[in-house]
Write a protein that binds this ligand. Structure first.
Ligand code: NDP
Length: 434
């Protein structure tokens, strides 16, 4: 069995785990409350909490309700059915540390198209009004918070009693096992991949579904959709479309190939993605801003460019690995390092590290356009309030931490070859600066 290794010092690890476990659920509720009931003003929410204390938080915390439960279950079952039933190419994931290679059905783009077409058709033909989702958003988040915690307990128990593959193991500490997870590739039966469901088909899909919901709600509320909302929605939808277009590539990334199924990844994708990632749109529903055509277009084009560069970074790395380095990068033969490493089962393997193109600028340059894209779909809110920018700030912290975690992991995996890569490409994220 593989063991979970801690990346940071034990003190920092435990402190950050306990902080996130206890503060993220109320934060989700406060984010919703501030955007929907406090005019997007953190100060208003803060003053309310200062006057009413913990009881104030309990008062605004919506109870999970039957309607919220029904909406979540219908959505989850619909997405699970699409994941299982829609056709798709057979795709192999990367070899795991224990030498296991997961196999997937790549039908994400089809599921994405079916979901959005179904959702918009239900609204268009008057069968279901998405504004209902916005009206019950607090209850939905509350139900998701508790439901997903139960789901993570299920993952913890499954990891102990019925792991799906050899890529599973315990750190010997219950909090670490619950927080970081035990299984890398948990499945129900042979085909239903739980992380594909939580991360992609529930989490990322909910981002697009809620972006559309916010637009429709604003239209219902004001009789029109503001240009700020349009720019925000278009950019978020292009980003999520890019994600599903490239979903099989996502199965090679840290989230899937290295982070196990626990609170951090699964609760994050089931609750944090729908509530926090969509928050700039949630803010705009009741605080519409008029940008004017020119400014709206500038922001839109800048955002599209960043999403494209981020996509191209991922594409370049994947194409390079897929063709075993026999491709061109920015019109030239790529420069590379041939790195060998040993799996936990003692097998010797070889990997290629790209040292030109985007990957020659900095070791995680792709995070720069990712952060900038998030800035561009938040900035249509202009600068009346801080809350629409919370996601960008959070993303910066997440990605700077992720870059460190990834560097440490790669250093342990590739040893002297990683050192060589760091000498060739000395900057971690921002060329010339960091
Ligand atoms: P990736 O997993 O795509 O890239 C890192 C991995 O690539 C490393 O672990 C290593 O894996 C391999 N690698 C590292 N350097 C090289 C190189 N020079 N050449 C070839 N392979 C290399 O990174 P992420 O998962 O962090 O990001 C994937 C995408 O997801 C990005 O677009 C990112 O912006 C986005 N993202 C978005 C987040 C959000 O919340 N919005 C959060 C995280 C990511 P190996 O062991 O195979 O060598």
């Amino acid at each position: 069995m593989a063991e979970t290794k801690l990346v940071h010092s034990p003190l920092l690890t435990y402190a950050s785990m306990l902080t996130l476990l206890s503060f993220t659920p109320p934060f989700v509720i406060l984010m919703w409350y501030t955007n929907v009931h406090a005019d997007g003003s953190i100060l208003k929410t803060f003053n309310y909490l200062r006057e009413n204390g913990l009881q104030g938080l309990i008062n605004i915390w919506p109870k999970p309700t039957a309607i919220a439960g029904k909406l979540i279950i219908c959505y989850a079952l619909f997405e699970a059915a699409l994941q299982l039933l829609l056709p798709g190419k057979r795709v192999e994931g990367p070899i795991s540390p224990t030498g296991h290679r997961p196999v997937y059905k790549a039908n994400g783009m089809q599921a994405y198209a079916v979901t959005l077409i179904t959702y918009i058709s239900l609204w268009w033909f008057g069968i279901f009004n998405p504004a209902i989702v916005y009206d019950h958003l607090g209850e939905i988040f509350s139900t998701l918070i508790f439901g997903s915690l139960i789901f993570c307990f299920f993952l913890y128990i499954k990891g102990h009693v019925a792991p799906s593959s050899t890529d599973s193991g315990s750190s010997g500490n219950i909090i670490v096992d619950f927080y970081w997870g035990m299984e890398l590739y948990p499945r129900i039966g042979k085909h239903f991949d739980i992380k594909v469901f939580t991360n992609c088909r529930f989490g990322m899909m909910s981002w697009a579904v809620l972006a559309v919901t916010y637009c429709i709600k604003q239209h219902e509320e004001y009789g029109r959709v503001s240009d700020s909302m349009l720019v925000n929605t278009i950019l978020m939808l292009v980003y999520v479309t890019k994600f599903f277009w490239w979903e099989a590539g996502y199965w090679n990334t840290m989230d899937i190939a290295h982070d196990r199924a626990g609170f951090y990844i699964c609760w994050g994708c089931l609750v944090w993605v729908p509530s926090i990632y969509t928050s700039p749109g949630m803010y705009l529903v009741k605080q519409p801003v008029h940008l004017g055509l020119q400014l709206a277009l500038y922001i839109l084009v800048a955002g599209l460019l960043c999403i494209y560069i981020n996509y191209d970074c991922d594409r370049q790395r994947q194409e390079f690995r897929r063709t075993n380095g026999k491709c061109t990068v920015w019109g030239k033969t790529p420069s590379k390092i041939v790195a060998t490493y040993t799996t936990t089962s003692g097998e010797k393997k070889t990997s290629l590290l790209l040292t030109s193109g985007w990957w020659g600028l900095a070791r995680h340059f792709h995070y720069v356009p990712e952060i900038l894209a998030a800035f561009f779909w938040s900035v249509p809110a202009l600068f009346n309030h801080f809350i629409p920018y919370f996601y960008v700030v959070f993303l910066m912290i997440l990605l700077f931490d992720r870059a460190k975690r990834d560097d440490d992991r790669c250093k342990a995996k590739y040893g002297k070859y990683w050192k060589l890569y760091c000498e060739k490409v000395p900057y971690r994220i921002i060329p010339g600066i960091y």
